[in-house]
Ligand binder design. Structure first.
Ligand code: ATP
Ligand code: MG
Ligand code: MG
Ligand code: MG
Length: 476
């Protein structure tokens, strides 16, 4: 199955199981200013998970395009992209662990066709001091599900990720208890940070094993929660079964929810047994086009091509959802994606505009499943190409200016000058300085901020003078 088939089969499978397929949320959350982007399927469902009634019922599913700008520095590895699709399903006070675990396992094994011997799972180890038992219920359901397929599935207490790095996995072991750092979900992000009154609970993550040849021993021993390359997280089942009381203890909820989120690209990678998500059907045509345009191979230019492919895919979807490059908020992130893509392309020898070649490839990949991509196609291409043209001018001048600092140490004021006077973004200055081996003062950031503040004060002064009616005043 390719990625497109996996997405559509998932939705059909959930529909067969009584779920209503709900429309995706926009990448820019509507009526919620607390985050810039929709970063999970759950985000748009939060009011309903917290108790509101959903008009479509108690069993819901979708495929949610997500942007995680916070993952930008991981882009270049085999599995993180700033843009991805999250397959999601929810039970709002309806089914719970047994049905969820069987449902996802059945999807992976019977629909997608993954080898169940390559699946590994985690469950929550519990916290006695807070009266939360270990999630034996989830662990035992998983064990039964594996045993039914004749697969050994010993349950092991790992503890933290560091414990896993030291211990590794022995043959026959398949289900692992980890602590709250890995397997507790709350809006606050941690057990201690769980807001009072909020639903929260243990989660169970599912990993695909690409085999020991992909393990990087510098991470310690291979185990599911490790970032060593052998295992990849493909899905996460959150079981909201507690709420936090005033005294800090936790109580069972009467209405329990399931929130499931699975990475489409990662499941698709598992389906072709490739630990590299860029090899899947929704990504590879972008990389192939880059190879064609640059005459270079993905094997030699893996990181640069991953960054370009991811960033242009993300920026394209942002444009489809109405975001335009600008100097603040979503528009700034979009601009940064585009500029980083251009910067990487330059290193591959692409010094002419090339968005006009790549964006249509991306649009082709999505427009059948997302009609809004087809509708806005020409406009999106125009927006991105315009940004590319204007940034290329800035870029060439900026790179030359950074190179002039060779043999010196760049200060925060230097970084500021480049960004303020020449519009050359500070991130690129740092990247380019790093690339050329030019030292940057470790305190650059505070000096940069101070220069920015001074400049703001100056422009405030300028407006005051202007308002005082001194013609021509300080407006320059
Ligand atoms: P990871 O530990 O790999 O960063 P996560 O625990 O942050 O993943 P969740 O918040 O649990 O991810 O999101 C649910 C699923 O979405 C994950 O199991 C994974 O399959 C997918 N996913 C998360 N982040 C990314 C990303 N940056 N790129 C691609 N897929 C992702
Ligand atoms: Mg993450
Ligand atoms: Mg994770
Ligand atoms: Mg997770």
């Amino acid at each position: 199955m390719d990625a497109h088939q996996i997405r559509n089969s998932y939705l059909a499978y959930l529909k067969d199981r009584g779920h209503v397929i709900i429309p995706r949320a926009k990448l820019v959350p509507q009526g919620d200013r607390s985050t810039l982007f929709t970063g999970s399927g759950m985000q748009a469902l939060l009011p309903y998970l917290l108790g509101e009634e959903h008009p479509a019922g108690v069993r819901l599913a979708d495929s949610q395009p997500c942007v995680r700008a916070q993952d930008i520095d991981d882009v270049g590895d085999n599995r993180h992209t700033t843009f991805f699709e999250m397959l999601g399903n929810w039970s709002l006070g309806d089914y719970f662990k047994e049905e969820q675990i069987r449902q996802f396992f059945g999807f992976l094994v019977d629909v997608v066709g993954l080898d169940p011997n390559k699946l590994y799972v985690t469950a929550y180890i519990g916290d006695e001091s807070r009266g939360i038992p270990r999630d034996e219920e989830a662990a035992h359901i998983w064990q039964t599900v594996f045993h039914e397929r004749g697969i050994e599935a010993e349950i092991v207490a790992m503890g933290s990720q560091a414990d896993g790095d030291a211990r590794g996995v022995n043959p026959g072991e398949r289900i692992f208890y980890y602590d709250g750092g890995e397997n507790w979900w709350s809006r606050g992000g941690s057990l201690e940070g769980t807001p009072i009154g909020d639903p929260c609970g243990p989660d169970s993550e599912v990993f695909y094993d690409f085999g020991p040849e992909h393990h990087d021993p510098s991470f310690g021993k291979a185990h599911p929660a490790s970032d060593s390359g052998q295992f990849m997280e493909i899905g996460n089942e959150v079981f909201m079964q507690y709420h936090r009381l005033e005294d800090g203890s936790f109580e069972e909820l009467t209405r329990r929810n399931v929130d499931f989120g699975g990475g489409l690209e990662r499941i698709a990678a598992a389906a072709i047994d490739s630990p590299d998500v860029f090899r899947i059907s929704l990504m590879w045509p972008i990389v192939a086009k880059l190879q064609e345009l640059t005459g270079r191979s993905y094997e030699d230019e893996t990181v640069a091509m991953r960054i370009i492919a991811d960033h242009l895919r993300g920026a394209t979807f942002l444009a489809v959802d109405g975001v335009r490059p600008s100097n603040k908020e979503q528009g700034y992130v979009m601009r940064r994606l585009l500029r980083r893509a251009i910067r990487q392309a330059l290193a591959l020898g692409l010094s002419e505009n090339f968005f006009g070649e790549i964006v249509p490839v991306i649009a082709d990949l999505y427009q059948d499943d997302y009609p809004e991509v087809a509708e806005s196609r020409d406009e999106v291409i125009a927006v991105l190409v315009k940004e590319e043209t204007s940034f290329r001018r800035t870029l060439e001048a900026g790179l030359e200016m950074v190179a002039e600092y060779a043999g010196t140490t760049m200060t925060g004021r230097d970084v500021f000058r480049l960004s303020d006077t020449n519009g050359f973004p500070k991130e690129l200055t740092l990247e380019e300085a790093g690339r050329l081996g030019i030292a940057v003062d470790p305190e650059w950031e505070s000096e940069f901020e101070a220069a920015l503040e001074e400049q703001r004060a100056r422009s405030r002064g300028a407006t005051t003078l202007g308002a005082a009616g001194l013609p021509g005043g300080a407006s320059a």
